[in-house]
Design a protein around this ligand. Structure first.
Ligand SMILES: [Zn+2]
Ligand SMILES: [Zn+2]
Length: 156
């Protein structure tokens, strides 16, 4: 299933509602299924897809990005009407993150370099092959198969 991992950027001129709707249909999900996967209220998804809301709160933003395997920056760009930054990756603590968990917003914050909980340096690329990590839907690097969790090597 290696073709599934790649982040799917919004089309030019695509709106937030069309983008979320398109990705949801790509997964063959109902709005309720997407809401569950993203950990948000079903009404939130309904509102987004009807174009009733352009603003996503942190929870919806991170949940949707995680559920749809896309960088949260894509959603930011659409909701704020900004251009898409092509390269983006997930940053997380390899010690505290558990597979299947949404990365903590405190890790993905641009200003964070170390884990707020344990002080480990945050990573955003595979320790083995240096490819950027675009989604934590997967437990392993799609390029080399290295597990993302606890991949930090203790250099002495
Ligand atoms: Zn940590
Ligand atoms: Zn790798």
């Amino acid at each position: 299933m290696s073709s599934d991992w790649s982040a799917c950027p919004p089309h030019p001129q695509e709106s937030l509602k069309d983008y979320v709707c398109r990705l949801r249909q790509q997964q063959n999900w109902t709005q309720a299924q997407l809401a569950t996967a993203a950990g948000v209220h079903r009404q939130t998804i309904g509102k987004i897809e009807k174009g009733q809301t352009q603003r996503l709160n942190q929870r919806a933003r991170n949940g949707l990005a995680f559920a749809l395997s896309i960088p949260a920056e894509y959603l930011d760009a659409l909701s704020q009407g900004k251009p898409i930054t092509p390269v983006s990756s997930v940053k997380f603590c390899p010690q505290c993150w558990r597979p299947g968990q949404t990365p903590d917003p405190m890790w993905t914050d641009l200003r964070s370099h170390f884990c707020f909980a344990c002080g480990t340096r945050l990573i955003n690329q595979c320790a083995q092959c240096q490819q950027p990590i675009l989604s934590l839907q997967f437990r392993f690097c799609p390029y080399c198969g290295k597990a993302y969790q606890s991949q930090a090597t203790r250099s002495t």
